[in-house]
Ligand binder design. Structure first.
Ligand SMILES: [Mn+2]
Length: 360
């Protein structure tokens, strides 16, 4: 793929989109101002896009900029596909929990696939001061500190940006089968199996996909799903509340490694005829996590998340589909011990959220 073809698709999005040379120049400035500092790539949500982007960016920083790089993640690994990737490719060698390696002030912190430094998944007390941000959550970008490089672009996945950067700086990193596989998977999953792509997404996918093993990609896409997912889906269907095109439901209290099912359930429910807005909640470790989906323009997903929860955010796809999440602050920890208090807690969350969603 000729580079000029890429440049054609680097179109201005608000004031944030910069062209690839500008990105490279900014990277050079940031790294040049801290010549010996180690780079720490941080992501807040463990998913194929974040992991793929981080692993590929690490390779670019090592090969092209000759930097030492570590990759740190926040939160738990709970989605069955992520657990599969961890085991199959021994990712825990490559990506470590942020708690085990606190971000020191003298390092170059780089945030990928998120641009919020107030994300609830960042451990309390840890202040992230990213000098570079690579992200595609365009609607969130008001919250990022503008010191250094901020590349937030309206593409299907952060992996698209990193592929473009690699293609421009050192295409050889894309020949690595693991890098190619993870980037392909990042684009594939973030665009909902390539259903919601723009031209840049497809161009990037073509490049990375040609270097990834077809068998391994198929294996990672067709990951097995746990029984508990189906039980939680049943619970969500039984307990839903609907009003017009709005649907709100919960899957209750689940173990930490099953918390990511909430987004899979939300993806499933938004497909239902007549439904244009879905909110699904789950309680993990005494914290309420929300996954929201919207179709069309009747409800502003980001405004809803911010108004209701004061945090969170999402992204809007090329067809106007919204996808996002938030954390609801409720002091539930104390109630967490027996089965009866679990029911009380679930009821409290259900009522609060149903009222919030149905009132929109
Ligand atoms: Mn992403």
């Amino acid at each position: 793929m000729a580079l000029s073809t890429y440049r054609m698709f680097v179109v201005q999005y608000k004031e944030y989109l910069v062209n690839i040379e500008e990105v490279v120049a900014q990277m050079g400035l940031v790294l040049g101002s801290l010549p010996d500092a180690e780079c720490r790539i941080v992501f807040t949500q463990f998913d194929p896009d974040a992991v793929g982007s981080a692993v590929a960016l690490k390779a670019i920083l090592e090969h092209h900029f000759k930097r030492r790089v570590t990759i740190l993640y926040c939160g738990a690994i709970g989605h069955p596909q992520n657990l599969f990737l961890c085991t199959r490719y021994n990712l825990k060698q490559l990506v470590v929990p942020i708690q085990s390696a606190p971000v020191a002030c003298d390092g170059v912190t780089i945030l990928v696939d998120s641009c919020s430094t107030t994300d609830k998944r960042i451990p309390q007390g840890l202040v992230l001061k990213p000098r570079m941000v690579f992200d595609h959550h365009v609607e969130d970008n008001g919250r990022v500190d503008r010191d250094g490089l901020v590349w937030i672009d309206n593409v299907g996945a952060t992996a698209v940006l990193i592929t473009e950067l690699a293609q421009h700086l050192c295409p050889e990193v894309l020949a690595d089968p693991l890098v190619a596989l993870l980037l392909s998977l990042g684009i594939y999953t973030d665009t909902k199996s390539l259903k919601h792509t723009r031209k840049r997404d497809r161009l990037a996918y073509d490049i990375v996909c040609s270097n990834a093993s077809e068998t391994e990609l198929t294996e990672a896409i067709n990951y097995r799903v746990r029984e508990s997912y189906f039980l939680q889906l049943t619970k969500a269907v039984r307990g839903w509340r609907r009003q017009g095109g709005k649907l709100v439901t919960g899957i209750g209290v689940v173990p930490a490694d099953e918390g990511d099912h909430v987004s899979v359930v939300a993806d499933e429910l938004i497909r239902m005829e007549g439904i244009t807005f879905v909110v699904v909640w789950v309680i993990v470790d005494g914290v309420v996590r929300i996954s929201a989906r919207s179709l069309g323009s009747t409800i502003d997903l980001n405004e809803f998340l911010k108004n209701c929860f004061g945090n969170g955010g999402g992204k809007i796809g090329p067809d106007g589909r919204g996808e996002g999440g938030a954390i609801m602050e409720m002091s539930l920890h104390k109630m967490f011990h027996d089965i009866r208090s679990r029911r009380v807690m679930e009821k409290m969350v259900r009522t609060t959220l149903s009222n919030a969603v149905l009132a929109v």
